[in-house]
Ligand binder design. Structure first.
Ligand SMILES: [Zn+2]
Length: 101
């Protein structure tokens, strides 16, 4: 599985960076975080080998970016549900993209 090094969301190019022992601003360990100031997604390297966790976390952070870009004011529980649903949807379906010719 390939997590891209950056993703384009709306007008923004968001870098995806990996760190060991990732924490949020309060110092709580987290698997992933969208840094709204640096405009980067950070993922924890301790997830290596756990494809399901990586996908869920990656799409959770993608929804965070969409929430921020569109000022949707979604709460974190809603973002979890949308992230899980998006990850499952893309895993469960063969979706052709505009890049497939
Ligand atoms: Zn979150």
């Amino acid at each position: 599985m390939l997590i891209p090094k950056s993703v384009k969301i709306g007008a923004e190019n968001i870098q995806v960076l990996w760190f060991p022992a990732l924490t949020d601003a309060e110092g709580t360990p987290v698997w992933g975080i969208f840094d709204t100031h640096e405009r980067v997604i950070k993922l924890d390297t301790d997830m290596y080998g756990n494809k399901g966790l990586i996908l869920d976390t990656f799409f959770h952070e993608i929804i965070h970016v969409m929430n921020s870009v569109n000022r949707l004011k979604l709460d974190d529980d809603t973002i979890y549900r949308l992230g899980f649903m998006l990850a499952a949807f893309l895993s469960d379906n063969e979706i052709p993209t505009v890049h497939d010719g």
